[in-house]
Design a protein around this ligand. Structure first.
Ligand code: MLT
Length: 357
């Protein structure tokens, strides 16, 4: 696999393998000495056009713990701000031969578009409302560490499903791993058709009629932020009303199983989608998710860079320099050609959606 762009790039075997690999990287505090910098000499570039605290820092710390050098590009300070196209930007970066490029963009499909012009491994760190695949991996890791399995888990995902890439990635990955997902929240923030993401997998996805139905007997509850930056209409009367009707309070959490886990991808909006007493309570694993994110990204980076049996040929132009080979392929891995994304995305060179996405 050259790039990691979607959860549909994954298979159950590959998820299991990556989560097993991530176990080796905990605890983070002692791992650097034991590892001996397996990716020393490799370079990672982050290219973020949207705000991020945890994802960008998590990739940077993961890469540095593996011995990589990291360059951070803030899009507002790059030549994209001077009118350069996405294609020209990535051709320029590619000429400097980074090994891995991590991209976050407000438009769905931009990481996919850029990856086609580069020899580097591309990782999607969140593209519009489409996918945030490493978030789903770290959420799965957190659940598996706690419950010892993903299969058969009942997971409630609450809130702004419609605008959430985290919801889409989690729904796909959890269904792939045999979990049962119930989606809860306002009708206006549902995502029509999302239940079909489970097609072909042993897990299920159900849109619940009420918050109570979504929460009843849940093993774990994932709470999502209202994606205010993506709302272009009135989806609910006010944030206060939202909290009153859909916020996860202790009383509502009691509808789930006793000791149900509470997850949130962050950033959290206290007293909007989640009460402080729940976010900071004994059932919350929100900070653990952040720690786990570093271990999971270490596992992904190491695997992606080391599995070079598939040549890193960009689809659209000649590669530069020598080929690299001789590394093992991981179980369950496949090529991009074999794992065509099921969500068709199309962007122009300047990163605008091509079909009114
Ligand atoms: C994201 O980038 O999608 C975050 O991890 C979740 C959020 O912004 O609500």
């Amino acid at each position: 696999m050259k790039d990691f762009l979607d959860t549909s790039d994954l298979t159950p075997q590959l998820v299991t393998d990556l989560l097993d690999r991530a176990e080796r990287f905990l605890p983070l505090t002692t791992i650097a000495d034991q590892l001996g910098a397996p990716l020393r000499g490799k370079h990672l570039v982050t290219l973020f056009s949207e705000a991020s605290t945890r994802t960008r820092t998590s990739f940077e710390l993961a890469a540095k713990r593996l011995g990589m050098k990291v360059v951070n590009i803030v899009v507002g300070m790059s030549s994209l701000a001077k009118g350069e196209t996405l294609r020209d930007t990535i051709l320029t970066l590619d000429a400097m031969m980074p090994d891995v490029v991590v991209v976050r963009h407000a438009v769905a499909g931009v990481p996919h578009f850029m990856a086609r012009f580069s020899k580097a491994h591309f990782i999607n760190a969140g593209d519009g409302e489409h996918e945030h695949p490493t978030q789903a991996l770290l959420d799965a890791f957190t659940l598996r560490r706690h419950f010892g399995r993903l299969e058969g888990l009942e997971v409630a995902i609450l809130g702004d499903i419609c605008h959430s890439r985290v919801a889409r990635s989690n729904v796909r990955l959890l269904a792939m791993m045999g979990a049962h997902v119930r989606l809860g929240g306002p009708r206006t923030l549902r995502a029509p058709g999302i239940e079909h993401f489970a097609n072909g997998w042993s897990g299920t996805v159900q849109v619940s009629a009420s918050l109570r139905e979504a929460l009843t007997n849940a093993d774990a509850v994932m709470v999502l932020r209202i994606q205010q930056e993506r709302l272009d209409g009135a989806f609910f009367p006010s944030l206060g009303e939202y909290f009153a009707h859909f916020g996860l309070t202790s009383e509502r959490l009691a509808w789930a199983k006793p000791n149900a886990l509470v997850l949130h991808p962050g950033p959290i909006n206290r007293e909007v989608e989640i009460a402080s007493e729940v976010a900071d309570g004994a059932q919350s694993v929100i900070q653990k998710q952040v720690t786990h994110g570093v271990a999971v990204r270490m596992a992904l980076l190491e695997w992606l860079v080391h599995q070079e049996a598939t040549p890193r040929e960009p689809a659209l132009r000649q590669t530069h320099g020598q080929s690299e080979s001789g590394h093992q392929n991981a179980p369950g891995g496949g090529t991009r050609a074999a794992t065509t994304p099921t969500y068709a995305v199309s962007v122009t060179e300047r990163g605008q959606p091509a079909h009114g996405l």
